[in-house]
Write a protein that binds this ligand. Structure first.
Ligand code: SAM
Length: 265
């Protein structure tokens, strides 16, 4: 496993910053841009994947706000980009609270800069594989009321997380949150991508501190929702989850990921 030198985050590419570059952001270093360009040259569909993932996140958060959920715990939130969760939520409910959590110091630094002291939003640097430390962090514990419903966002995260039991990890967050809470997941899956394109993705990922990729089937993603009731249409290609306009089969396959939202009774 490649470890980032914390005194020099520009020495090793990170998935947070590669993803930021792919989405057109500027919170990345030369080493990230080079890695991202290698990836995009080999797998141009990565850009569609990233935009489809962000659009799914927007729709999921908007729908949950409409259902009355007003607290969000965004695990592996990434570098703030257009259409951040708090911006989306505040369009529907200006009182909504959003706790961002990421392991990448650059992502957290940028998030804090963007939030500019907004009391409704925090950014915490933590490893999501340690739920206790996340839930007890001042930025989470001090902002979210876990006795009321919380939407836990696990979007484009589990695919790159080295964890023995993803279901148990998701369940730990579920058990910490009140009835009425929600779970939002996307997870990579080979749909339109070719073997060679995925190989290129794996090769770039291998150079980062999160070097592995775990694809999941629709059934495996559904299993993460134990204790939740899946909202319609269930586990589907991310682009096809309550789309703004109907999507073709080809567009759905460009998701290369499953998306789903569940609610606890
Ligand atoms: N969730 C955002 C989205 O879907 O647009 C960002 C997804 S990005 C592909 C994955 C993020 O997970 C990166 O920002 C990375 O730093 C973060 N991450 C990876 N491992 C993590 C860990 N163990 N704890 C917290 N964050 C982690």
């Amino acid at each position: 496993m490649t470890h980032m030198d914390p005194s020099d985050p520009g020495s090793t590419p990170s998935i947070a910053r590669i993803y930021d570059y792919v989405l057109g952001g500027s919170a990345n270093f030369q080493v990230d841009r080079e890695a991202a360009q290698v990836l995009l040259d080999a797998f141009p569909g990565e850009r569609d994947y990233a935009w489809i993932n962000r659009a799914f996140l927007r729709r999921a958060v908007t729908e949950l706000c409409a259902l009355g959920v007003d607290q969000f715990l965004d695990l592996g939130s990434g570098i703030p980009t257009v259409g951040n969760v708090h911006e989306i939520a505040h369009r529907v409910n200006p009182e909504a609270r959003v706790a961002y959590v990421d392991i990448d110091p650059v992502a957290v630094h940028h998030a804090r800069g963007l939030l500019d002291g907004d009391p409704r939003v925090t950014a915490t640097e933590a490893d999501v594989r340690d739920p206790r430390s996340v839930l007890d962090a001042p930025g989470v514990r001090g902002l979210l009321d876990l006795d009321r419903p919380v939407a836990v966002l696990v979007v484009a995260l589990l695919d790159i997380l080295e964890v023995d039991d993803a279901g148990a990890l998701v369940a730990a967050y579920r058990d910490a949150c009140a009835p009425g809470s929600a779970l939002v997941v996307t997870n990579g899956c080979q749909m339109a991508a070719t073997d060679a394109e995925l190989e290129a993705f794996r090769a770039v990922l291998a150079r980062t501190p999160t070097p592995t990729m775990t694809m999941r089937s629709a059934d495996e993603v559904a299993a993460l929702f134990a204790g939740y009731t899946l909202l319609e249409p269930g586990v589907v290609p991310s682009a096809a989850w309550r789309p703004d306009v109907p999507v073709t089969a080809e567009q759905a396959a460009g998701s290369n990921s499953w998306g789903a939202v569940g609610l606890r009774a």
